[in-house]
Design a protein around this ligand. Structure first.
Ligand SMILES: [Zn+2]
Ligand SMILES: [Zn+2]
Length: 361
């Protein structure tokens, strides 16, 4: 089979390799489509978050590794202890590696496992004709759900979990900073869950148009005093909850000042640098700042239902479909090149996929 494997910084090659052998509790999946994630781009460029020199404690694997973790597929075969899925089932995968024995795992928070890792970064992933994973992390999707939508379940579930962390409730007003994949997915989850007004902080780029297409009110922090604007638009009430997806000091400051007292800022972004935080902004207002990472519990099942029932419309998230062979130039190249802001999600489609005729559409 073919697989896109990371050998070193900016050195990903599509190579021939053996089909993975499954253990008793694993399944082999024929990959139908796999999205390129921001963490894949970081990994591609710098090896960030990847098991480069040391084996990951859960997967016992290190580079070279097949990348890719946002995918849908069809079960090819199952290990002898597997009972939850069978060959032919259409599935998506919750791609977390966790130990199952540390305290966070025992308490059900396997997304914060002491040894947490990702398929595709710390073990072989799904930019390949086939991949394997533990059966207990496989979720079936309905026959009516396209494999494109299936491949979007993972990034949308990241956003969905962040709403839970923000204790979002129907009718709340919300601010989202950034209208990239996670920002737009957050907006889509907010809409699906019945948000009131949604304000999006986004500087001038085509991403403003993507947010407007979702019905959000776009505020450009370079063109106006964004806090004053939100105060005006909310009649002085400020927003109930906010989601930070950009990893910038400017957006963090702006969100803390734009939510109501008792409100919550959820931090979804991963930070490359430390920022300055004035804790008195939280103390005297009883505002909350909480982190969110990945997903756990029923998040995947709930998102599959929201998309499957048509409550959450994925339109606009996939902006390009490419062949696995072209992943380096048309995938990583496009997403780090001059047109990167135009793109939301690029879907990689292996030669053996049932949707390979969709390439270029
Ligand atoms: Zn991802
Ligand atoms: Zn653990």
């Amino acid at each position: 089979m073919k697989a896109a494997r990371w050998f070193g910084n900016k050195d990903v090659r599509v190579v021939d390799m053996e089909t993975p052998e499954i253990k008793n509790d694993e399944v082999l999946i024929d990959v139908q489509g796999c999205g390129i994630c921001g963490s894949d781009l970081h990994g591609f460029q710098t090896g960030a978050l990847m098991s480069v020199d040391e084996e990951h404690p859960v997967s016992h694997r290190k580079a070279p590794l097949t990348m890719g973790h946002e995918y849908s597929g069809i079960i090819n075969s199952v290990g002898k202890d597997v009972t939850n899925v069978k060959p032919g089932d259409r599935v998506v995968v919750e791609p977390l590696l966790y130990c199952g024995t540390c305290n966070p795992c025992k308490e059900g928070y396997y997304n914060t496992c002491d040894s947490v890792g990702f398929q595709g970064l710390n073990g072989d992933g799904a930019f390949a004709d086939q991949t394997k994973f533990k059966a207990n992390m496989i979720h079936k999707i309905p026959s009516t759900m396209s494999f494109e939508d299936g491949a979007l379940v993972e990034p949308i579930t990241v956003a969905y979990h962040s709403l839970r962390k923000g204790k979002f409730e129907k009718g709340m007003s919300a601010i989202v900073s950034g209208a990239g994949t996670i920002g737009l997915s957050t907006i889509k989850c907010l809409k699906a869950m019945g948000a009131g007004e949604i304000y999006v902080i986004q500087r001038k780029s085509v991403r403003q148009e993507y947010a407007k297409a979702e019905g959000a009110t776009v505020i450009d922090p370079n063109e106006c005093d964004a806090v004053a604007e939100i105060s005006k638009l909310t009649g002085g009430k400020m927003a109930d909850v906010a989601f930070e997806t950009t990893g910038s000091q400017q957006c963090y400051d702006l969100l803390v000042r734009s939510i109501k007292n008792q409100g919550t800022v959820v931090i979804t972004s991963i930070w490359e640098h430390n920022i300055e935080v004035n804790l008195n902004d939280l103390v005297v207002t009883e505002k909350n700042v909480v982190g969110t990472i990945c997903y756990n519990g029923n998040d995947f099942e709930e998102v599959i239902k929201l998309i499957g029932d048509g409550v959450l419309d994925t339109t606009g998230l996939i902006t390009k479909k490419i062949a696995l062979e072209d992943i380096v130039e048309q995938g990583f190249g496009t997403l780090t090149g001059p047109d990167k802001k135009k793109h939301v999600k690029v879907l990689v489609i292996p030669e053996t996929s049932s949707i390979k005729d969709e390439i270029g559409k």
